[in-house]
Design a protein around this ligand. Structure first.
Ligand code: FE2
Length: 259
């Protein structure tokens, strides 16, 4: 069963909540997530993305820096390419293996699959606070530098939780073939996965609907897809001030934020 997470208020009815730019910045700062709707074309997705971020290219992006997310067949079986397949994607943050993972990620559905393909979103703040309340020693271990390794060739040294000045925290995580962990952190992964599962929300996106997340706070995942599905993704740097990471420790012991 999924916990209710702040920022998902509009999800219950899937109603349109495209907002003014200022409201988007405020909601991202507070909740790390903004649901969007009405973006039914590549042009409208690009225009919206450019209102909130400076787009950055990705290995798979097109010349306009949008990435077309669809099944590419056998090529998606390569390590690190699963996003371009039809299989299940486990919770992760985007760009964990690059030196500076993008701060913002926008994903919009343009074509709904026959079945499956639901997006699963998890607030890293809730995950962090869930772990703090249940296995605090695991949180400490997951914040130690050089205990996670993301990418090819043994991976880039990193850690699941990064501490910033002022008590803020960000999350960086993947759980595919390109992720390795030190033995002590590896033993904590079941706790982390349980915390993610307890706080995950699933959403079936209709054409034109999508989400904008703080990629240093929110984890995203995808259920297996049946039939053609088409999404567009933008990655970038916010055009408004956004402090590093999130404030940890102000959620209830069950992972829900207190009023
Ligand atoms: Fe992803």
């Amino acid at each position: 069963m999924c916990a209710r997470t702040a920022g998902f208020e509009a999800d219950d009815s899937q109603q349109q909540i495209v907002e003014a730019d200022g409201s988007i910045a405020g909601r991202l700062r507070e909740h790390g997530l903004v649901m969007v709707d009405g973006l039914v074309s590549r042009e409208s997705v690009l225009a919206f993305a450019r209102r909130v971020m400076t787009l950055v290219p990705h290995r798979d992006s097109d010349p306009d820096f949008l990435t077309t997310i669809h099944d590419i067949g056998q090529g998606a079986l390569r390590p690190g390419w699963a996003g371009l397949g039809n299989g299940e994607l486990l919770a992760h943050t985007e760009g964990s293996s690059v030196p500076e993972p993008p701060r913002l990620m926008l994903l919009v559905c343009l074509r709904q699959p026959v079945s499956g393909g639901e997006v699963l979103l998890t607030d890293g703040q809730a995950v962090h606070d869930h772990l703090t309340a249940t296995v605090p020693e695991a949180v400490d271990l997951m914040g130690r530098p050089g205990t996670a390794f993301y990418g090819d060739g043994g991976g880039r040294p990193a850690q699941i939780f990064t501490r910033h000045p002022g008590g803020r925290t960000s999350i960086r995580f993947r759980q595919d073939e390109l992720a390795q962990f030190s033995p002590v952190v590896g033993r904590c992964l079941p706790d982390l996965k349980a915390a993610i599962a307890a706080n995950q929300r699933d959403i079936a996106l209709l054409p034109g609907q999508g989400y904008l997340i703080d990629n240093h706070r929110y984890l995203h995942a995808r259920a297996a897809v049946s039939g053609p599905r088409l999404c567009l993704r933008a990655l970038g740097t916010p055009l408004f001030p956004l402090q590093p990471g999130f404030v940890a420790g102000d959620a209830g012991s069950d992972g829900r934020r207190t009023p």
